[in-house]
Design a protein around this ligand. Structure first.
Ligand SMILES: Nc1nc2c(ncn2[C@@H]2O[C@H](COP(=O)(O)OP(=O)(O)OP(=O)(O)O)[C@@H](O)[C@H]2O)c(=O)[nH]1
Ligand SMILES: [Mg+2]
Ligand SMILES: [Zn+2]
Length: 345
């Protein structure tokens, strides 16, 4: 197995899905950055640019999620004229996908094959509970392990207290407060970027994602916002999703700050992000309990005794509704597409 690639997470599973495509002019590589048909890939022999083979373009025409993305493992082919093409995207172990917009129901792949997805939320200005919950649902849905990073902890007098408070929004998710200023630094994040591991960063613009990447690499690989706005809003600085290999092995995947993040129509991530409510709901008397006025509702009981915050339930309802609407939309699209096929045949 390739030593250089194993630092980036190449393992027996990827190697065995690569094997059928192995040939003298082929090689595995990992996508560092994808840029409209041209990818920057890192292989055994270093970094090269690669264009997309016809078969890859065909797959992408069916669903843009099939396009290679930062973090993907791919089969590359070197041509006699030294051009390099991407022939195939190897099956993804994990995939971070958001719904792009309300009308257009296609998903957008943000990162692939990461072991951990960190939701990066700055301590200052005030952390946004609803955003954290939404992004954690997306993180759970990816199949990777979620992590909540409270960034800019130097701007808070008691970051650990904030972390404890926010832990309630994140059942089963480790919460770490970090600062890129001062001694504490980002060392708490090292385990997530240990040799062979990939950590993806997700969060609003200005959260300090690229600053974290630079702190982890020890060099200024990613441009960061020059000045910190008082209101913390800031313009988008990072425009590309970028996988950055770290000197000690492991990699961190930076993403541009995202404004709207829609959930896809799968509820699994949501159930895991709201494991506290899912657990309560399992104890409701009726299997189809809507947690309104039904008798024997464990969710209502938890609200009444104060162990469940009303805000938390409202947040869950909102996201749940969104997923249901999305699911109905997808069903309608499938029905329409089937109708078209029938009329054509
Ligand atoms: N006080 C403080 N400021 C920080 C810290 N980390 C980052 N910043 C500042 O926050 C601003 C935004 O940082 P970026 O790293 O560019 O944020 P980003 O999340 O990459 O933003 P986008 O690329 O737009 O998504 C910069 O001005 C940083 O100097 C920190 O730990 N403490
Ligand atoms: Mg950035
Ligand atoms: Zn109930």
């Amino acid at each position: 197995m390739s030593h250089a690639l194993s630092h980036l997470g190449w393992d027996d599973t990827f190697a065995s899905s690569y094997r059928p495509f192995d040939r003298p002019d082929a090689a595995p590589a990992r996508v560092l950055r994808a840029d409209r048909g041209v990818c920057t890939v890192l292989g055994e022999n270093g970094v090269t640019r690669a264009t997309l083979a016809g078969s890859v373009l065909l797959g992408a025409a069916q669903d843009p999620v099939n396009l290679p993305c930062a973090g993907d493992w791919v089969v590359t082919r070197r041509w006699p004229d030294r051009r390099v093409t991407i022939e195939l995207v190897l099956p993804r172990r994990t995939a971070l996908i958001r719904r792009t917009s309300d009308k257009d129901a296609t998903g957008q792949l943000l990162a692939a094959n990461m072991d951990t997805v960190a939701v990066v939320e700055p301590i200052h200005p005030e952390p946004d509970d609803a955003r954290i919950e939404r992004l954690l649902a997306l993180a759970w849905e990816s199949g990777a392990k979620p992590l909540l990073i409270l960034s800019k902890s130097d701007t808070s007098r008691d970051p650990d207290a904030v972390a404890r408070q926010l832990a309630e929004l994140a059942p089963g998710v480790p919460v770490v407060a970090v600062s890129t200023r001062g001694r504490a630094g980002v060392e708490k994040l090292r385990p997530y970027v240990a040799d062979g591991r990939t950590l993806a960063l997700l969060g609003r613009s200005g959260a300090g994602k690229s600053t974290l990447v630079n702190a982890l690499t020890g060099t200024a690989v990613m441009p960061v916002q020059a000045t910190r706005d008082a209101d913390g809003k800031g313009r988008h600085t990072t425009a590309y999703r970028n996988l950055v290999p770290l000197p000690g092995g492991g990699a961190v995947l930076d993403t541009p700050g995202i404004r709207g993040v829609g959930l896809l129509d799968t509820a699994d991530g949501l159930d895991r992000a709201f494991a506290d409510i899912a657990e309560l709901a399992a104890h409701c008397r009726f299997g189809d309990c809507r947690h309104g006025a039904e008798p024997g509702c464990a969710v209502a009981a938890a609200l009444a005794n104060g162990s469940l915050a009303p805000r938390r339930l409202a947040s869950w309802r909102k996201l749940h509704h969104e997923v249901e609407v999305e699911s109905a939309r997808r069903q309608a699209r499938l029905t329409a597409a089937a109708g078209q096929r029938r009329r054509r045949s």
